[in-house]
Design a protein around this ligand. Sequence first.
Ligand code: FPP
Length: 262
Amino acid sequence: MALFSSSTLEIPETSNIPRHVAIVMDGNGRWAKSRLLPRVAGHKRGVDALRRTVQACVELGVEHLTVFAFSSENWRRPPDEVSLLMRLFIRVLRKDLHDMHKEGIRLKIIGDLSGFDAELQNAIQYAQALTENNTRFCLNVAANYGGRWDILQATRAMLQANPQLAANPQDIVETDLTPHLCLSCSPEPDLFIRTGGEQRISNFLLWQLAYTEFYFTDKYWPDFGKELLTEAILSYNNRERRFGRTSEQLGTPAVPARSATQ
Ligand code: FPP
């Protein structure tokens, strides 16, 4: 049974403050390069930006934040940068965990954790177990994550849990799959932000972004914080979220999403 409603099965309730924000934290390397610093200096400042952004989300009333820290394709980077990023993850997990726990933040790492070394896997498991009952705010960190991988692993898990579906694929419905997706603990994102000037999803939450509003900024991730988050939310407030309906229908009682034509 899915915990949260699906934007393609029913029309979700929305408000001026997005309940869930998803961010591709891009531009760390260029931020550093423009200051003649090594790329890793940009990643370190990126951690400060993430701390500011979590704080700003809590203050503004956002309930879930999902950030893309390391994609399944980021292993293609130079080995030195990959290993520095791994060390940074471990350091941040250890340094910030108890403060996050005190603040009532639930931390979840989404992605293929089997790709990480034992030390990082243990740190992740410990952090998730410590914070799993926290309800004030949910921080999902995507690490060794890919949207295609997520849909594939969820399909495998669904068929393992319901072997009869393999023989009757016509019986498969969305709600058979969604509990097995990595992000089943959070509602679908309302707002997707990408910093750094690029305008693409980069294999982030392919399933979950079905009806998410997109916001792109040229600002580099290390410069992100409450001010830029507020700008993104102001832009979000100018969007008409129709979920397949026409403008004229908004403000009238919702019709079931299945009968909408686009
Ligand atoms: C993209 O910028 C950023 C990353 C691949 C890493 C993001 C990681 C952090 C912000 C650290 C977060 C840490 C934790 C513990 C969650 P880029 O390197 O692709 O920048 P560029 O496009 O300018 O080269």
